[in-house]
Ligand binder design. Structure first.
Ligand SMILES: [Zn+2]
Length: 257
């Protein structure tokens, strides 16, 4: 597949980078990314993945835009208040780039429906804020053999990790957090607060990391760094990274699970 003259012009700043190049841009145009959660993280992720020319996007969120979302969820404007986030996101994508093949789902991801949603995805990016959904998404990614990019934010802290739990030697999200949170519907954002720009930093870093994962074995920028937790600290500010190991007894991906 090659890019039309208009697409070559649109993505010229990517293509001129030797670390991405024409081959990288063509690869991005052939990828399918499923984005779970259209909130503080999902907003910049959708902005930058759409801008990066990802060919096919699926966006999933069952929530409705609330006035208190506008402090950090940059996809939405005052006229979206009371409307579904998925529909509002579709409105933005259609205006931004009509060539993107976008599917929206105005529902919550569950263990029952996740498999069908992820079946032909190249990457699932989870920006939701509760553990039950995040664990269900992780288990479904392992089962479907799809990489998972997990991004979370609270107060002044962000966290981004790429998982390949379907591979025998790589950790999954459940190896990282354990089973304790399955039943918990924890929306710490409402209780603890969050600096809006922290969601922006974490979300744009997640979009950057998504491009790394998608270009694995395509161009030199490709480097998924599976299982490396990147912590973003907005107070200092600083970043630090550490590697997590696969838990052989993990109920999500372990050989004895
Ligand atoms: Zn695991």
């Amino acid at each position: 597949m090659s890019l039309s003259p208009a697409r070559l012009e649109r993505f010229a700043r990517h293509i001129v980078l030797p670390e991405i190049g024409g081959a990288g841009q063509v690869a991005l145009s052939e990828k399918h990314v499923v984005l779970i959660g259209l909130g503080g993280i999902g907003s910049p992720v959708l902005h930058y993945l759409a801008a990066a020319g990802i060919g096919r996007l699926t966006a999933v969120d069952d929530d409705v835009v609330d006035e208190s979302n506008l402090q950090r969820q940059t996809l939405f404007t005052e006229r979206d208040i009371g409307h579904g986030k998925a529909v509002a996101a579709k409105r933005w994508v259609c205006a931004f780039d009509a060539k993107i093949d976008l599917t929206i789902h105005d529902r919550r991801v569950t263990a029952e429906n996740a498999g069908a949603l992820f079946a032909d995805a190249d990457l699932v990016l989870d920006g939701t804020d509760n553990f039950a959904t995040r664990l269900a998404v992780s288990d479904a990614c392992v089962a479907a053999g799809v990489p998972l990019l997990s991004a979370a934010v609270g107060r002044f802290q962000g966290q981004v990790v790429a998982f390949a739990g379907h591979r025998g030697d790589q950790a999954c999200y459940r190896c990282f957090v354990g089973d304790a949170f399955d039943a918990e519907d924890c929306d710490s954002c409402a209780e603890d607060g969050m600096l809006g720009a922290m969601a922006g930093w974490t979300g744009t870093f997640a979009a950057l990391h998504a491009v790394r994962v998608l270009l694995d074995d395509v161009s030199t920028f490709g480097d998924p760094q599976w299982g490396t937790v990147h912590l973003l600290d907005g107070m200092t500010p600083a970043m630090r990274s550490f590697l997590i190991a696969k838990d052989p007894a993990c109920s999500g991906c372990g050989s004895t699970g």
